[in-house]
Unconditional design. Structure first.
Length: 122
């Protein structure tokens, strides 16, 4: 991994997650990005993740310092490195809004995870 590269770990087995990542790629998200699909690749041994189910629930991004960002913090890192989306990272990082977004993301991700399990997407 280069010094400016980040790794985005996403789950393409989730239709909502897959669509979101495809949109980010189309926007030209982060020139130095390694897109890692946990549904297709055997990546867990290389990650600092709790387990495969946890990584299916929440978006993970590993930054250039090998730090793991999860959930809304992962989105903030992606936005901060995407042309025309820096403003999203600044707004989402505001303390009160960040707390609200963190709770909102967690609730949404858990509901989506449950739905995907129900639909047998994995």
């Amino acid at each position: 991994m280069s010094t400016n590269e980040i790794r985005v770990y996403y789950n393409s087995a989730c239709p909502v997650c897959d669509a979101g990542i495809k949109r980010q790629k189309q926007k030209g998200a982060i020139k130095q990005t390694q897109w890692c699909d946990i549904a297709r690749d055997e990546l867990l041994p290389h990650l600092k993740l709790k387990n495969i189910e946890y990584s299916r629930k929440y978006l993970h991004v590993v930054d250039q310092h090998d730090q793991v960002h999860i959930g809304i913090d992962a989105f903030i890192l992606i936005w901060s490195n995407t042309p025309d989306e820096h403003w999203k990272s600044r707004v989402a990082s505001l303390p009160v809004l960040h707390s609200i977004l963190k709770v909102g993301y967690t609730v949404f991700a858990n509901l989506l995870y449950g739905l995907n399990r129900l639909l047998k997407n994995w």
